[in-house]
Design a protein around this ligand. Sequence first.
Ligand SMILES: O=C1O[C@H](COP(=O)(O)O)[C@@H](O)[C@H](O)[C@H]1O
Length: 233
Amino acid sequence: MAAIEWHDFANREALDTLLAASVAKTLAEAIATRGEASLVVSGGRTPAGLFAHLRQSPIDWGKVWVTLADERWVDAEHADSNEALVRQHLLLDKAAKARFVGLKSGGNTPVEGLATSTAQLAAIPAPFDVVILGMGDDGHTASLFPQAPELAAAIDPAGMARLAAISPITAPHARITFTLPALASARRLILHMTGEAKRDLLLRQFSADAPETLPIRRVIDAAKENCHVYWAP
Ligand SMILES: O=C1O[C@H](COP(=O)(O)O)[C@@H](O)[C@H](O)[C@H]1O
């Protein structure tokens, strides 16, 4: 079973600076080895500062594929769109040359769009070189939400699907998300999180008296390589 490697920082600026450098190094190594690289990023509130550093990294962004760990089923212009976040904060400066593939496709619901979204990802090299996950206060990661009716299938380590449609009970918007097998097979799996509440929630997941096993722990347990947790208060 994969383990956690912790990287603690005094503040978020230090975290974002060092994490961006580490991700850029891994992407450059992947390009040198395989001619191209794949990067999966998360949405939400946490990654904007990281993206501001990462987009300045002097790597060959034209050889980097970028996609999302998950997406809310809203238009790309919507304030809650993870694609909008990536376009506004990552795909600029040096990273403007990256090849981005979003998860939202046609169809009124993620269920309707699932086949098209899966097909549009076909060009991206897998297993992914770098997957950067976030974690919600409820232990969800990507859009693998506790209590969602589709969760069990989406976190099945033997599942064959790369993407799943999710109807969260505890958060707005229908979602599309990479499944546990697609995320956990990453060559470098990173959990980027801030704040003491999230740190304590994650640590409790690995204590003997954890009340339930949350999606984030399921992904870490299934990871092919150790999961690198990058954390700051
Ligand atoms: O809904 C989502 O939440 C998680 C965590 O977001 P944060 O705002 O607590 O950083 C995020 O990783 C995921 O991509 C997003 O869709």
